[in-house]
Design a protein around this ligand. Structure first.
Ligand SMILES: Cc1cc2nc3c(=O)[nH]c(=O)nc-3n(C[C@H](O)[C@H](O)[C@H](O)COP(=O)(O)OP(=O)(O)OC[C@H]3O[C@@H](n4cnc5c(N)ncnc54)[C@H](O)[C@@H]3O)c2cc1C
Length: 476
């Protein structure tokens, strides 16, 4: 590899694709006269064939990295891109080649990532390269918000109270870009396209990159945040921030979002901002849970539920994952995620509960499918959301909570606006049947141009019967 200079601090970008308010990058710029940035395309995750990171997230990440690379270039920080199945080896190799006096990165909380970081720390110590790790992705570390007995919280509400009680210690937000460094130590690499990694071309529904994130936060806080409490559960309405992909990629900092919520009255009685802040705390709650209970990645948070058996019928999984359950709200939600890489939170709960409770399918199957479909995939939030929905997670009353997809749809999409938008076959179905099309009399079916079984599938299960079976299973 070409190397024009020595002694550059190496900053490893992982899920912090921004130049502003990036704690470890700012520290790297303070530490060295020159800085080199690096991103590893982890081939265990990235090529389309790995069936892990999906097309939407891969595209969002790479497009965000492209903008980051340009921004960094103006600061004389080259961005190296390395394709590898062993990032630890690749990072140490690069650090040695550029004679890095230190490696910086921001901490992550996924068990595999933490194990990898430990390996890096050990190997770096043996070759004498100092590593500097920083808190960046959270406001409070998992051990900074504990119960009176110094144990992790396992229920959200008391965690949130304790979290808010510490807000006086909110970490400062760094405004502006790091100062321009005097020399560009080596040339950066072109950022590949997702297509070149074997992914199909997808159209991103939001603008990626740091500038896209800043614009979205601005638009949200200028208007929708005030109505967030009222609108956030209505999928047909543009009522939420849509910032999740940015928060997952780190194109915006959590400090900036929390400060924005506070600036818009989250602590002084503004209902919308207060509720939005609460959602940001959910994100941190699930990171804390994953940190203290790493087994939750693959097994039940509540260990007593690990012995539950799941039918996981392939025909049911196929109906769910191809949007053919016959329940319009579920099918429309699956179309939303497959067409845009994003699904509304209310719909994530409805679809996840439908797969796990009505279709008696193991939550891990849904979690993996969401991983591939989501542009905002985040292991902590996804595992947390799936376990909560399946009734094996941090919910205090898990097994009585079996959402009725019909009532949920009638409450949150009363006119069927959302389902009709996503499922054209339902366009002419009258409002009273739009969430229960199987109940339409045959004459009405032909008048509406929606014959059940031909234009739209019959329901795959009867929710009432499925609910009784699900509760009995948990009671047993
Ligand atoms: C089964 C299931 C799977 C999920 N998987 C993911 C995932 O992979 N990645 C992800 O970011 N979120 C996940 N969520 C949480 C939530 O659905 C999304 O964060 C939210 O819909 C994103 O839209 P938004 O940015 O407009 O959120 P907003 O309503 O504007 O909320 C702001 C931010 O708060 C955080 N947040 C909101 N709700 C939650 C929540 N329930 N749990 C954790 N953080 C939350 C997100 O970072 C979000 O961007 C999942 C929820 C469920 C029920």
């Amino acid at each position: 590899m070409e190397c024009f200079g020595v002694g550059s601090v190496l900053h490893w970008f992982r899920q912090d694709f921004r130049a502003r308010d990036n704690v470890a990058l700012a520290a790297a710029c303070r530490m060295g006269d020159s800085v080199v940035g690096v991103f590893c395309i982890d081939t265990r995750w990235f090529p389309a064939a790995a069936e892990k990171t999906g097309a939407f997230q891969a595209t969002f990440w790479l497009e965000s990295l492209r903008e980051l690379s340009t921004t960094l270039g103006k600061l004389n920080i080259p961005l190296k891109i390395i394709s590898t199945d062993d990032p630890v080896h690749a990072i140490l190799n690069l650090a040695q080649k550029i004679n890095a006096p230190a490696i910086t990165f921001n901490k992550q909380y996924e068990p595999d990532q933490m194990a990898q970081d430990q390996r890096l720390l050990r190997q770096a110590a043996t070759i004498g390269i100092p590593i500097r790790v920083f808190k960046d992705a959270v406001i409070f570390e998992s051990f900074e918000v504990l119960t009176g007995n110094e144990n992790p919280y396992t229920i959200f509400s008391p965690y949130k109270r304790a979290w808010l009680g510490k807000l006086a210690q909110l970490p400062p937000q760094v405004s502006g870009l790091p100062k321009k460094l005097s020399t560009m130590p080596l040339a950066g690499d072109p950022v590949p396209t997702a297509e070149s990694l074997g992914y199909p071309i997808v159209t991103l529904p939001i603008t990626p990159g740091e500038s896209g994130a800043a614009a979205m936060l601005e638009t949200f806080t200028r208007g929708r945040i005030g109505f967030y409490r009222r609108d956030r559960d209505i999928p047909a309405v543009d009522g939420v921030s849509r910032l999740s992909a940015h928060l997952a990629a780190g194109t915006i900092s959590i400090r900036r979002c929390v400060n924005a919520a506070i600036d818009h009255g989250a602590l002084s009685g503004c209902g919308g901002a207060e509720t939005w802040l609460s959602e940001l705390i959910w994100r941190e709650f699930y990171r804390m849970i994953l940190f203290h209970f790493p087994h939750t990645v693959h097994s039940a948070f509540q260990k007593k539920y690990e012995s539950l058996t799941w039918e996981s019928n392939p025909d049911h999984i196929s109906a769910w994952s191809t949007a053919r359950t016959g329940y319009p709200i579920v099918d429309a939600a699956i179309r939303q995620i497959q067409q845009t890489g994003w699904m509304h939170n209310r719909l994530r709960m409805i679809t996840a509960m439908f797969l796990t409770k009505d279709l008696d399918t193991h939550w891990r199957i849904g979690e993996k499918l969401f991983m591939r479909w989501l542009m905002d995939y985040d292991q902590a939030s996804n595992v947390g959301g799936w376990q909560w929905s399946a009734g094996t997670g941090t919910d205090a009353a898990p097994y009585f909570r079996v959402m009725n997809p019909i009532l949920q749809a009638q409450r949150f999409d009363p006119d069927g606006t959302f389902v009709k938008r996503l499922i054209p076959a339902l366009a002419e179905v009258p409002k009273e049947f739009v969430h229960t099309p199987w109940e339409m009399p045959p004459l009405l079916q032909s008048q509406a141009g929606c014959i059940i079984g031909r234009d739209y599938p019959d329901r795959v299960v009867d929710h009432a019967a499925a609910r009784i079976r699900a509760i009995a299973k948990f009671q047993h």
